[in-house]
Design a protein around this ligand. Structure first.
Ligand code: HEC
Length: 151
């Protein structure tokens, strides 16, 4: 489900892309690579913010944590469209994303279930302990997909 914030983020990402396509990198010639690289970096930033709160439970702020989880949940469906089709091949994605498309889809589905569960848990959480299990599951899915499908 997309909320207004996610839509705004998607629109501004598109505008940034349009403004940056003369940067001369190979990704700049492939909008799919550029879009997923930018979004993965935004996910890293959101994830690092959540991780810091998990490591220092005293700093847990329920609203900020939820905002970060929701950012990933709300842009999740869009992320996987940037790996679709032969034109999306390349970058740091292994060929297996396309040669083992079933396996890659299974990873995206596991991730989707875990980020949705984290987002749901974050909606009622008051302490880091309330989201610990769901956070751990979600974060391990980032890593397990990278191990199999990222160069
Ligand atoms: C289903 C697989 C999958 C999941 C889940 C996944 N990633 Fe990725 N990620 C990839 C692939 C493939 C690439 C390489 C894409 C490319 O550069 O072409 C990548 C690239 C990245 C990059 C490097 C971006 C760049 O261009 O420098 C970061 C950072 C990243 N992912 C963070 C995350 C985080 C954080 C999560 C979890 C919140 C996550 N990813 C979840 C598959 C996944």
């Amino acid at each position: 489900m997309f909320n207004k914030i996610a839509l705004t983020a998607a629109l501004s990402a598109t505008m940034i892309l349009v403004g940056c396509n003369n940067s001369g990198t190979s990704a700049a010639n492939n909008p799919q690579l550029e879009e997923r690289s930018k979004l993965m970096k935004d996910w890293r930033q959101a994830n690092e913010g959540m991780k810091a709160m998990m490591e220092n439970p005293d700093t847990f702020d329920a609203a900020t944590f939820k905002e970060r989880a929701d950012f990933i949940a709300d842009s999740n469906a869009a992320m996987w469209t940037h790996f679709e089709g032969d034109a999306a091949k390349g970058g740091d994605a292994k060929d297996e994303v396309w040669t083992d498309a079933e396996g890659f889809r299974a990873k995206t589905e596991e991730f989707t279930a875990s980020i949705n569960a984290l987002s749901a848990a974050a909606a009622t959480a008051t302490t880091a302990a309330d989201v610990e299990a769901q956070y751990g599951e979600m974060a391990s899915n980032c890593g397990s997909c990278h191990k199999a499908y990222k160069k």
